[in-house]
Design a protein around this ligand. Structure first.
Ligand SMILES: [Zn+2]
Length: 114
């Protein structure tokens, strides 16, 4: 099993640094939303804080406003989706979390990879 400290922070190292080109849907001082570069679902958007925060349980009370902003962006982007197809809004923790930088997925459609 991959140890947590060996996991690569794609969001700081690639997306926020500009090293990997991303297709941005929303950007503010604190939050960035973009299409997943290797989507798991037919429609797959990722919403992240620009500040490095490891995961949801690491968010301090002072930074919770950033999570509120992330959910606000999720709400606004979900308004543009067809809810009859179903939409997922989720964040992973522990062994389910592949990238050690808190992020929320907004997903719709068939799962296209594991
Ligand atoms: Zn990070």
């Amino acid at each position: 099993m991959i140890q947590e400290e060996e996991k690569y922070d794609f969001y700081c190292e690639e997306a926020l640094s500009g090293k990997t080109k991303i297709d941005i849907l929303f950007e503010s001082e604190d939050v960035l939303a973009f299409y997943h570069t290797r989507p798991f679902w037919e429609k797959h958007i990722v919403i992240i804080p620009k500040k490095h925060i490891k995961d949801l349980i690491s968010v301090s009370d002072e930074d919770m406003h950033i999570i509120t902003q992330i959910l606000t962006v999720a709400r606004d982007l979900a308004k543009g989706l067809d809810l009859s197809e179903g939409v997922k809004v989720l964040t992973n923790l522990g062994k389910f979390q592949d990238t050690p930088h808190v992020h929320f997925h907004l997903a719709q459609g068939k799962q296209i990879r594991d």
